[in-house]
Write a protein that binds this ligand. Structure first.
Ligand SMILES: Nc1ncnc2c1ncn2[C@@H]1O[C@H](COP(=O)(O)OP(=O)(O)OP(=O)(O)O)[C@@H](O)[C@H]1O
Ligand SMILES: [Mg+2]
Length: 313
């Protein structure tokens, strides 16, 4: 497999503050790669360096085998960037914004018009093409931003939290568009702090926090093997701390804590095998279980286990 992106020990310092700390990973051609992390993790900083907008303090980033810092033009040609902050001219129409961006990418004439028509269709905004952007919803603005990034038919689409603060309809439309573009062969790097989006979209996921890449794995492996835990959620009619303390001493339990709903989360391998022991232990303490469910492993659990923090702390 050929790499479209290679991060090689990338660090970024702002003054004494190291916000990206020796990150290394690769993205294969055609992959839909998710970079998942909470606020301030270093996602946008990493994306800015990948897009050639910011220079790393150390390390190098290869795009199609070429160092983006040394060959910014070649790199930018194959990258379409959807930045976290929407960049549009509010007083221009949707199509005029796209014409502007198209010219920035060096398009003109018939080709420019064709590409604008094409991306308006992808963004589902053909009917609103002549309307002034100022009156658009956040989701519609975001869709124009995505359309702009697609004008020059990039090989690699970089999206930095494209669904933050937008309506559910636009969100679904964006997620479907990303999936389709990827199915047509485009490589995508998608950053988010929404676990369910990354889980829905991506084949491979990197988890980043405080500038460090904690893990890069295929989604299923991340969920099943690396995490190695499923989660039982239960509620009891008793003060939780002593039960949590007792459960944490059982050797088949990897982690146990109280969650924000006042339930106890018990992480373990193969819950069905140990269910009886858990129920038995709790009832032995004279405590009743009032609510009980087994949860599929998900990225929220993975993140919690890796960092000790919830994704939306
Ligand atoms: N230009 C800058 N100067 C100084 N510090 C910065 C600068 N840009 C980012 N930072 C700091 O770097 C850290 C990482 O920021 P970054 O924007 O990359 O995070 P993020 O993962 O994109 O977060 P969010 O989910 O909030 O967008 C933060 O602590 C931020 O305050
Ligand atoms: Mg960001």
């Amino acid at each position: 497999m050929e790499h479209i992106v290679e991060f090689d020990k990338i660090s970024k310092n702002f003054g004494k503050h190291k916000v990206v700390d020796e990150i290394s990973f690769t993205i294969e051609k055609g992959e839909l790669f998710g970079l998942l992390g909470p606020n301030g993790a270093g996602k946008s900083t990493s994306i800015s360096m990948l897009s050639g907008l910011m220079k790393p303090s150390s390390g190098r980033i290869l795009v199609n085998g070429k160092d983006i810092a040394k060959y910014p033009k070649e790199g930018k040609r194959c990258i379409g960037l959807v930045p976290q902050d929407i960049a549009l001219y509010p007083t221009l129409s949707a199509q005029d914004n796209l014409y502007f961006w198209g010219r920035m990418y060096g398009l003109s004439g018939k080709r420019l018009k064709e590409e604008v028509d094409r991306v308006l269709k992808i963004a589902n905004l053909e009917e609103r093409r002549k309307d002034i952007v100022k009156g658009f919803s956040g989701g519609m603005k975001r869709r124009i931003n995505i359309a702009a990034a697609l004008l020059h038919r990039p090989q690699l689409l970089i999206m930095d939290e494209p669904t933050v603060g937008i309506d559910p309809q636009s969100r679904n439309s964006i997620l479907e568009t990303v999936k389709e573009l990827n199915e047509e062969g485009m490589s995508v790097i998608y950053t988010s702090h929404y676990m369910e989006e990354v889980e829905f979209l991506c084949n491979r996921i990197g988890i980043i926090d405080l500038g460090k890449l904690l893990m890069v794995e295929e989604k299923e492996k991340l969920k099943q093997e690396i995490m190695g835990s499923e989660c039982i959620e239960l509620k009891i009619n008793h003060e939780e701390d002593s039960i949590i303390n007792g459960l944490s001493k059982l050797e088949f339990i990897t982690k146990v804590h109280k969650n924000e709903n006042g339930c106890i989360n018990v992480y373990l391998h193969d819950p069905s095998q140990h269910l009886q022991s858990i129920v038995h232990y709790i009832s032995e303490q004279g405590v009743n279980i009032t609510q009980f469910s087994i949860q599929e492993p998900n990225l929220e659990n993975v993140f919690l286990k890796l960092t000790g923090k919830a994704l939306r702390d």
